[in-house]
Design a binder for this molecule. Structure first.
Ligand SMILES: *Cc1c(COP(=O)(O)O)cnc(C)c1O
Length: 355
């Protein structure tokens, strides 16, 4: 008997994105989105956009956008790569740097897309357990034998910042492979390893417009690295899809970068609300790793992670709950506006009184 077409399908287990509830009267704290709108300049850029531009293919090099990123971050244009969200940047990076057949390393509790890409691209991997307190086990990443390393800093869903000293130790110990530091949340108070790209040509730093710039809906991410790294990344991109960033998104990205004061003000508001939320969680008996991101990973002795998740959901408050031995007792709560957080804490106070 000949085989069926279905036996030839590349079967993968997909990533499960957080729920996007249709109802509008919900408190949505489940996907680490920014609770504030993008910069006002973004609204103007959309209003002023010449729709006739859509007739032509967009600039495949996104040179305008890369030029502004170059000015904003003081990095030469040929050391910057852009993609359709940092998910696209990361997927392209896995494909470019991690397909040697040698095993790659990432933490056991981390962004749940890494093992999905590894599966998709048939990359062998090993997870490195976080320490008991959920911090990164730095030494375990310093073996110098990995085929690649990817670490988010701050880590998700813990929110913990490893510090640039520890990360530099990892990068320095692994000259045999590319080390990706995924800085999706770095703008909420952690220090970036960006300055280290001049020192280590195997370091790729990825960031995104989705969280700190409130543009998850636009799909825009970027990466910094040595000239060589960025060239290899572009070669793979151009052999896949030349026109990744559409014309409107290029304009909107430039507009977002044009207003650094607005950006800083909103990041600061979220940081302040996060610190206020830590105090309130603590008062209610929650414990959590000390987050430097726009979310807090909380646990309570009196109620299981899943039970709390469901109780919140029944009251139109959405947070994120993950399955898995080390994380199921927790819920990841995105920092919303002060009003949204008041709504959350009003509910929690009443809910915990009866526990
Ligand atoms: C949100 C997130 C990303 C990617 O987000 P994009 O919207 O694709 O830019 C990457 N890494 C981590 C750890 C994230 O939490």
């Amino acid at each position: 008997m000949s085989s069926t077409w279905e036996e030839k399908v590349h079967k993968v287990t997909p990533y499960t994105p957080g729920e996007q509830p249709k109802a509008l009267d919900v408190i949505k704290l489940n996907t680490n989105e920014n609770p504030y709108p993008p910069a006002p300049a973004v609204k103007r850029a959309i209003a002023d956009f010449d729709y006739e531009l859509l007739r032509k293919y967009p600039d495949p090099t996104a040179s305008g956008l890369i030029g502004v990123l170059s000015d904003t971050y003081s990095v030469p244009a040929d050391q910057i790569f852009v993609g359709v969200g940092s998910d696209d940047v990361l997927a392209m990076s896995f494909l470019t740097f991690f397909t040697s057949g040698e095993g790659i390393l990432f933490p056991d509790v981390t962004y749940s897309f890494y093992d999905v890409w590894a599966g998709e691209f048939r990359i062998p991997y090993e997870t490195v357990p976080l320490k008991e307190d959920m911090s990164l086990d730095i030494d375990a990443f310093c073996r110098g034998t990995a085929g690649g390393i990817v670490i988010p800093n701050p880590n998700a869903p813990t929110g913990l910042d490893a510090g640039t000293g520890a990360l530099e130790k990892i990068i320095k110990s692994n000259p045999q492979c590319v080390v990706i530091i995924d800085e999706a949340y770095v703008d909420f108070g952690a220090e970036s390893v960006l300055p280290l790209i001049d020192k280590y040509d195997n370091l790729l730093v990825t960031q995104t417009f989705s969280k700190s710039r409130a543009m998850a809906g636009s799909r825009l991410g970027f990466a910094f690295g040595s000239k060589k790294l960025i060239k290899y990344l572009n070669d793979v991109k151009y052999s896949f899809n030349s026109y990744t960033i559409d014309a409107l998104t290029q304009k909107v990205g430039i507009a977002s970068l044009s207003d650094p004061d607005y950006f800083k003000m909103r990041c600061l508001a979220i940081i302040n609300e996060r610190e206020r939320s830590k105090k309130r969680f603590r008062e209610l008996g929650f414990d959590f790793p000390d987050s430097r991101s726009n979310f807090i990973f909380v646990h309570h002795n009196k109620v299981s992670g899943e039970e709390l998740f469901k109780a919140l959901r029944d009251n139109n408050i959405f947070v994120r709950h993950f399955e898995g031995e080390r994380v199921q007792d927790f819920n990841r709560v995105t920092i919303g506006t002060p009003e949204e957080m008041d709504g959350l804490f009003d509910f929690l106070k009443k809910y915990l009184e009866n526990k």
